[in-house]
Design a protein around this ligand. Structure first.
Ligand code: CMC
Length: 427
């Protein structure tokens, strides 16, 4: 196997070491490229660029494999709960009973969100997009938890982590309740982590909160499936913001903004809107397939395609199965599910999608479950953020503990050469 790669330029050949990952992926280490050759690399969208060495998530896009800390996603979704997976992602090992109990009780001890935060929430119009509200509130938390900025020791970082895992679900629930015109709710420490999230989101002021195991299991599974996905857009954002030694909360707030976009986490909302539009259009899937393939039409089949997966997204397989089960258990007959299945079948047989290796991704079926669970469409991406929180935290922690250098790409300048200033009256 090659241990070095050569680059020839200007009549000279330069050797660069080849780094091998634990799953045998190979990468040319070009740290010395510019100083040795004067060259930089150009890779818009970072399609060929590894930004770090990471021990958190392994993803093989060709084979459709996803593992957190070595554990297959299929096994975790079936056997673990979300808090265990959060611990695994952040600290590297599955917790034993004592570790999990301590982790949960440390989180519960921090679940209070300062009452003053409500004034900030009140400042938003009801029509505000929940992702904007969530990102702002997460950033505002810093003012009430200033020590979360200075995470120079592992102990400080641990406190910032449990504080964020405790307070973030409260913010998510407040974001939803404001939208729905419901009084804000506080958690119940006697409940499990995910049960408590559900209670905070949906408890009616005039009714006892009843636990529905089907709903909690489905939510737990969805959160696990969204837990981490290596160096995607929002995670890279979290790492790059954190690389300037910005605090954990500020870095996560930036990650939420990155996730918001329709090409990333915002796709789950866009998928459901697309499926509803097809339903309103007499279920005319052919029309939308044609639009997706038309290069003069900006429309894309939302929930299809992935930067890394050139095969089935393993999360999509799990969610598709879960959607069938959850809807049946809840007695929900949603015609949108049939439209989604029809669209998937057509796309998987269509040469345009086959040639480009475009398969359903995690977002294609998740919205159907969220809808069955009573979660409003514009909260879907917030649910993604809730699930991704442990992954962002794990990546931030890994980056800080390794003391990685500040993220600062270069560019190839293609603008004007030097020119003289022209006064306003001469232009
Ligand atoms: N519908 C129609 N054509 C598509 C689609 C799609 N959903 N996705 C990719 N293509 C085409 C694209 O037009 C291009 O065609 P050509 O080679 O003829 O120019 C080719 O496939 C390659 O696409 P790309 O945009 O170069 O690929 P990318 O890796 O830059 O983009 C993506 C990946 C996920 C942004 C893209 O597939 C997409 O926009 N999908 C729809 C949005 C979506 O579902 N996003 C959620 C991603 S999974 C959740 C997450 O991690 O955020």
């Amino acid at each position: 196997m090659a241990e070095e790669a050569q680059i020839s330029f200007g009549g000279k050949t330069y050797d660069f070491p080849v780094v091998e990952g634990t799953e045998n992926e190979l990468a040319i280490d070009i740290k010395a490229l510019r100083s040795a050759t004067g060259l930089i690399t150009l890779d818009p969208g970072f399609k060929n660029t590894g930004s770090c060495e990471s021990a958190i998530t392994f993803l093989d896009g060709e084979k459709g494999i996803l593992r957190y800390r070595g554990y297959p996603i299929e096994e975790l979704a079936e056997k673990a709960d979300f808090l265990e997976v959060a611990y695994l992602l952040i600290f590297g090992e599955l917790p034993n009973t004592q570790e999990l109990e301590k982790f949960h009780s440390d989180i519960k001890a921090e679940s209070h969100v300062d009452e003053e935060m409500k004034k900030i929430l009140d400042g938003f119009p009801k029509s505000a997009h929940p992702m904007g509200v969530l990102s702002s509130l997460t950033s505002a938390l810093i003012a009430f938890n200033p020590s979360s900025v200075d995470v120079t020791s592992e102990a400080d970082l641990y406190h910032a982590i449990v504080r964020l895992l405790a307070k973030f679900p409260v913010l998510v629930s407040w974001t939803l309740r404001k939208k729905m015109g419901l009084p804000l709710d506080y958690g119940d420490d006697s409940l499990g982590y995910v049960q408590n999230i559900h209670k905070m989101m949906f408890k009616r002021p005039n009714r006892e909160y009843e636990i529905n195991d089907t709903v909690i299991e489905a939510l737990d599974k969805l959160l696990i499936l969204h837990g981490d996905h290596e160096q995607n857009c929002s995670t890279s954002t979290v790492r790059i913001v954190g690389s300037s030694h910005a605090g954990l909360f500020a870095s996560i707030s930036a990650g939420i903004s990155a996730l918001w976009g329709p090409l990333h986490g915002g796709a789950n909302m866009a998928v459901l809107q697309m499926l509803e539009a097809i339903q309103a259009d007499d279920g005319d899937t052919k029309k939308y397939m044609a639009k997706a393939k038309d290069k003069n039409d900006p429309f894309r089949l939302m929930g299809f395609g992935h930067r890394v997966y050139k095969n089935f997204d393993p999360r999509a397989r799990i969610i598709k199965k879960a959607a069938d089960e959850v809807l049946a258990q809840l007695g929900v007959d949603d015609p949108i599910l049939n439209i989604a299945k029809g669209l998937e079948k057509e796309a998987l047989e269509d040469p345009y999608f086959v040639e480009r290796k475009l398969y359903p991704n995690v977002d294609f079926y998740s919205g159907i479950i969220y809808r069955a669970l009573g979660i409003p469409v514009d909260m879907f991406t917030v649910m993604f953020a809730l699930g991704r929180l442990p992954g962002w935290i794990a990546q931030y922690r890994e980056m800080r503990l390794k003391n990685e250098p500040i993220g600062r790409p270069r560019q190839v300048y293609v603008g004007e050469n030097k020119r003289s200033f022209v006064p306003l009256n001469k232009r």
